[in-house]
Design a protein around this ligand. Sequence first.
Ligand code: WTA
Length: 649
Amino acid sequence: MLAGSSKITKGTSDGRLLMQLRDRAARDPEGFWAEQATLLEWFKVWDTVLDWKPPFARWFVNGLINASYNALDRHLPSKGDKVAIHWQGEQDDERRSITYREMHREVNRVANALKDLGLKRGDRVAIYMPMVPELPIAMLACVRIGAIHSVVFSGFSAGALADRINDSNARLVITADGYHRRGKVINLMENVASALNACKSVEHVIMLNRLGIYGNNGKSNSSISDASYIDWHDMVDRYDGYCEPERVESNEPLFILYTSGTTGKPKGIVHSTGGYLTYANATFRWIFGIRDEDVYFCTADIGWVTGHSYVVYAPMMNATTIIMYEGTPDYPTVHRWFELIERFRATIFYTTPTALRMLMRYNIEYAKVHDLSSLRLLGTVGEPINPEVWLWYYRAIGEERLPIVDTWWQTETGAALIANAAGIEVLPMKPGSASLPLPGIDAAVVDDDGNEVRGKKGYLIVKRPWPGLMLTIWGDDERYKQTYWSRFRNAYYPADYAMVDDDGYFWLLGRADEVLKVAGHRLGTMEVESAIVAHPAVAEAAVVGKVDQIKGESIVAFVVPKQGYAEYSELRHSIIKQVESSLGAIARPEQIYFVSKLPKTRSGKIMRRLLKAIVNDAQIGDTTTLDDEAAIDEVKAVYEELRKKITSD
Ligand code: WTA
């Protein structure tokens, strides 16, 4: 029996409304999705709702639409003066509120400038910016002219940025000089300059002078050439006036967002325009039941998919007022987010289990210390939420008054697939379960052979395409097919474990592949391993996730050094540096163990499963496929020895 499977009932719902909608969607999926699409404004209506050539789905074929028009222009007549973004810098006196009209003006200016630079429909633009309003402005400016943005999380290193620029052949990079992080200045421009040494496709760099790191002349201290450097403000001030939004076909890409998989190379997840927008918009309404007076605070960084769908696109298509915060939740104190909820009278708060676990550690009843009475709904996303943490969220922040929506989804799915649709009606909540698939989502849990199972852990699948489904992996249709559509026949395979209980509720039980979730950030074991083996002293490396009380998982690396490298403490330090410079601090291994061998199968594959069992003190299971049984004992012996050392320190 799973802990915390008792029900908590909120409101008076009996699920009838939701069931009606689910039935309607199941009876006539195309009619149902077409209805959702009409909530957006199209320049021309589609000819065909769905063109399904498995596994490639094309939605609203020949429909013409523009994302920035839907996010901005159509609100101007009635909601132009409504605040789009309450922005708060890490330093408390840095604050801006921007209306939809002002957003529109800025987006048009930037779009005009991009056009003048020769950017065209279909061109790729890499955006590497901190959480400042110019980030969504840059995204909307790109899509206004039909360019495809590829936002790279500002916590990624120069190496990770260069890989992403090169994979998509971006012509332009939009960045900032830097930002504040826990009181320190983080320099982004330095990373851009170093990434560009390895990128041939980039013609221009636009830099927002956020901190004045380089004085008034942004490029003076960097290696970017005069010809390619553009100051954001110089540029924007030169352009004014309207920029006609490009009428793009529904299946032209809106954006690429790179995410980790099981190989060393991140995948460029490509999302469509019409289908993605339709799905993000519909789910936002179903889950949050968004109202005109809402002040919505989603804490996700825009560099990840939650920020794309539920900070930028869905809220803005609904003319929602959002709160955007530059800093971390625990700086200068753990009261920061709650001060912002009070300050801006937030009504919806949407965050991650990692953040909640961190906040919970301080043993503060936040709702007693702060006036959180404006809140009406809480949400969580990104990782499984442990029932204890769910209950703490419910009490210490929600005062047992607020429903919680646990939303399951992935970069690939565009927006949430399994979630309590509180905007339709709040179903009874079970702490730790994301509840039911949303209308139109045909999900199931199956065993190894693809047979549906109940009450038992299995693999989550989705049996029918939905409009938010990715188009493909950038430049690699075959990898898209193999990764998501080959494990089970005619079904999308997200690589998550799940269980369906007797009430049909879904319990998400973590990844079924070698993708890590470290503080909610998605990282591949192979990616981290490639970074480690790039170190000249390393012969081989294996990385696994260790259960972490706060971050969900932390990274543990087993490293086989090359002969002659024995200075372990220095080596450990320089390996960490190596990982930070090729991927970023988020990929830093928490522990590194030096061993002489790694456990492998007869075919030479590293048995990470065994290493994972060792670091998590779990059952090791079947070792018969081990090439050399001594290797696993050896690893275990080294580990035990090191653990003793660590605990005695
Ligand atoms: C995990 C984040 C349990 C899952 C939106 C998925 C979750 C991966 C939940 C995708 C949830 C996301 N409960 N697990 N509510 N939400 N996950 O692409 O393993 O960063 O496959 O998208 O996060 O991570 P991604």
